[in-house]
Ligand binder design. Structure first.
Ligand SMILES: [Zn+2]
Length: 210
């Protein structure tokens, strides 16, 4: 270590509060089937599994209750939580990376929680839809993007014309406001092929799971 490096190290050891530099916040957004979760799993795979904690919302019952699973069937163990604030209860020393899948299922505290975790030196990676089924930007995703250090908006091929899909098409009736579904209920479409379902509800941070 050079002289400047030694000085920095000495300063940090004298002030434990600034011992760790903040971690980063990364957002992987886009429409359904654009590979958001696949990219999340690819990014966390660079770290030893014991230093990674993945979280999902308990309302996301697709595929598996205790794992984040891509639409292609790739899985990684995950903790299902009821709210954003309970995520911190599961972060122990040695955790370097926190992944949060389907951030749009979480309450409005998600951004504050992600920022608090990053302040402890842990990198946070969140996946989230960027728009709801009516094509409106999701407030929770917009806030995360504004606060993120890195953000990527993914696209895929339109299921109708193979052009660039930026929207998620609802295929089945919406019953009691439940928006959760997989391939049976949604497909990716470009703006021209996409049609909004009827009766757009008022938007909240939790519109997507109501
Ligand atoms: Zn199209």
């Amino acid at each position: 270590m050079n002289r400047i490096g030694n000085q920095v190290a000495d300063t940090q050891s004298a002030h434990p509060a600034i011992d760790k530099s903040p971690g980063s916040i990364s957002l992987i957004s886009g429409c359904m089937f654009s590979g958001k979760t696949t990219e999340l799993l690819k990014q966390v795979a660079r770290f030893p599994q014991e230093s990674v904690r993945l979280f999902k919302h308990v309302c996301d019952t697709r595929y598996a209750p205790d794992a984040v699973v891509t639409h292609n069937g790739i899985a990684f163990p995950a903790i299902a939580v009821h709210s954003a604030s309970t995520i911190v209860n599961h972060i122990t020393s040695g955790v370097r990376v926190v992944g949060i899948d389907e951030g749009h299922f979480f309450d409005g505290q998600l951004l504050n929680i992600a920022q608090g975790i990053a302040q402890t030196g842990v990198d946070v990676i969140v996946t989230a839809l960027d728009r709801d089924s009516w094509g409106r930007p999701l407030p929770i995703s917009s806030k995360l993007e504004a606060a993120s250090d890195n953000s990527e908006t993914r696209t895929t091929a339109c299921s109708q014309c193979a052009d660039t899909a930026t929207r998620t098409q609802r295929l089945t009736p919406i019953i009691n406001g439940n928006m959760i579904g997989g391939e049976e209920s949604y497909e990716p479409r470009c703006k021209r092929c996409w049609k909004a379902p009827p009766e757009a509800p008022l938007q909240t941070d939790s519109t997507i799971r109501s």
